[in-house]
Design a protein around this ligand. Structure first.
Ligand code: ADE
Length: 243
């Protein structure tokens, strides 16, 4: 259990502040990813191996787990896989919720990282500065110089006018298709979760969203993998507070 106001803050080794309860290092990290193109650079970076027998998940599901040890962390990367009928990546909130649930049950992670691409806004980036995050990581953000903002999740790459009204009213600055689903399940099962999103396209510009997305996907996924690995490097020295 994390403390009620957990923070990924401590550098190694932790100071034993009074009243903070016991501490132990973060040991198991679960990375949840929806697209193969997003997943593979990380599988390579961490030298993860694929679970061939698929024993972790029910028979027939397309979900793929890669795992390995990196800097003493048990890294599990779960990709939602290809839809068995349509042959495309299982993107969106339904697969993301199911995979989150099944993976948390099976792996009991100390931390979830939902990593992926997202659409961004040109007009209102500034509104996102200082927005609250699901799980507070001030030191990590400082150290890695990451931008913090509210993420809006929906089951569509395009943004309908109705979505736009709500997204802007809530000061969201990036838009993805899984984050809120992962956050919901992580919350249900009391697992801290962080969300790392790399922007492939704008959703409020003149260009076609799908075109811009595909144009930038490969390059952005390389950047995403670099950032996720920096985050994992940071986490490898972090302790969680129990009690
Ligand atoms: N992922 C990448 N671009 C996106 C967009 N425009 N909407 C939702 N998810 C995305």
């Amino acid at each position: 259990e994390w403390s009620s106001q957990p923070e990924v803050t401590a550098a190694h080794p932790p100071k034993n502040a009074a009243g903070d309860g016991d501490r132990r290092p973060i040991s198991t990290v679960l990375i949840i990813i929806a697209m193969q193109t997003e997943a593979l650079p990380l599988v390579n970076k961490f030298h993860l191996s694929e679970d061939i027998d698929g024993s972790l998940f029910p028979k027939g599901v397309p979900w793929v787990r890669y795992h390995g040890i990196y800097k003493e962390l048990h890294i599990n990367l779960v990709w939602t896989g290809k839809d068995s009928i349509l042959g495309v990546d299982s993107i969106g909130t339904i697969s993301a919720s199911l995979v989150s649930y099944a993976s948390i049950q099976a792996l009991k992670p100390d931390l979830i990282i939902n990593a992926g691409t997202a659409g961004g806004f040109k007009v209102n980036y500034l509104y996102g500065i200082g927005a609250r995050q699901t799980f507070s990581t001030p030191n990590l953000i400082d150290e890695l110089n990451l931008k913090v903002g509210k993420l809006s999740t929906g089951d569509s790459l395009d943004m309908s006018p109705q979505d736009e009204v709500l997204i802007l009213a809530n000061d969201a600055v990036v838009k993805d298709m899984e984050g809120a689903a992962v956050a919901y399940v992580a919350d249900l099962l009391s697992v801290p979760a962080i969300f790392i999103k790399a922007v492939t396209n704008t959703v409020d510009g003149q260009k076609s969203i799908a075109e811009e997305f595909l144009q930038n996907l490969i390059a952005v996924c390389t950047t995403l993998a670099q950032t996720v690995s920096q985050v994992v490097d940071f986490i490898s020295g972090v302790y969680q507070i129990i009690g």
